[in-house]
Design a protein around this ligand. Sequence first.
Ligand code: SF4
Length: 467
Amino acid sequence: MEIYVHFPFCVSKCRYCDFYSIPCGSPRDDEISKNCIAAILKELDARADELKNKETTSIFVGGGTPTILSCKELEMLVTGLQSRLNISLRKRRVDDPGVETKGFISSNEKSKVEDHTTGKESAGIEFTIECNPGTLNREKLSLLKNLGVNRLSIGLQSADNRELAALGRIHTYEEFLTNYEEARKTGFDNINIDLMSGIPGQTVASCEKTLNTVAGLAPEHISVYSLILEEGTPLFDDVEAGRVRLPDEDFDRDMYRLTGQILSAHGYERYEISNYAKPGHRCRHNMGYWTGEEYLGLGPAAASYLGTGDALCRETLAASCLGTGDVLCSETLAVSHLGTVDSLCRESLVNSNPKCSSKDTLPTVMYRYKNPADLMAYMADPAGVRVLEETLDRKALMSEYMILRLRLTEGAERDEFKKRFGTPMDEAFGDVIRKYIGLGLMEEREGCVALTPKGLDVANSVMCEFI
Ligand code: SF4
């Protein structure tokens, strides 16, 4: 289970941003921040049941700008999450169980992440905090490090100050650099830098310069997303009124290729359409999103993606597997619980109930929820107003599996698909796969189907056909 925390304050609103964030003019240390943190922790307390029997694999505190908080508030948030998730400050290296290093480990010590110093798997979880230059300082960085936060994700967007101003960012490249160097001195050895392409005024040369400059700093991870023009933002209005021009689609496509070439020359592996990592430093939290792991979102506007609960599963089973009584279901559910319930149920049912002879008869069901994008409503009742946004049945999950996996350079694995859904991939999507292989946009690769470099250029159109 992954945990995402949405902290909804920023110093000011960037011109392109449509995330739920409240501009508040300056760093925080006030009642409303403390109340918001208290509400987030209260929500986690109230959702304890959803975490039962599940291991926390990663925590991502994003927003908004969490580093807008004062040291005292950051400590309240981080330690509050730690204690509730039963996470201690110790981390043991698998290759040397006697050596304790800083970092988090879930209490049962089963969670695994790659050890960034040895490249081996080690016990511990990934704990990321999203930071924005202009809200970081040495004191906060030391505190976060000492609390055991082991990954920073810094929103830079561009190394060109004119482009940063066009985006309405609050910082300059120089401010970012000071924070970055400070973070390294503090001992952070797993840092992501967010960049953006398609910024107003961006040229091939300026984009190239940003990529080379940032890659030259050797962060462990770089994300490069295209600017998306969102209705209702100041940038949208400017573009609509002709006051600002955005680079065209061809520019974006060229930049996409150039980004891959430049970052690969600096030793980064593209592992997802917009994400690049040094070996052993893929973002575990985001990998969870792309591989269909459950996640619990806390805070206003946070989204959750959760599997079938006991009651829902029982309903599903009753509806889809005639003759299966509550006794069998209860036993099965008692050992399986959320997330893994489908495969376990399927096995038990197939083995024990002759009427349930086909593995295909059992759907997998997942639910997407969202907390209200309204701070006051959220704080008034932190766990009471989650809205069910989408129910994903087996068919929808098969589509989602393909769409998310095709974002990854490895692609969609045939064996895993069959194991997960009880159906060969070709039975569900053979026509589409054959069509795109024929067009040179997809290819077979070591038991997987993946997009080719040509296919990555038109990824969205290809993915649409899996819906
Ligand atoms: S810092 Fe991030 S969340 Fe805050 S306004 Fe800018 S883009 Fe939005």
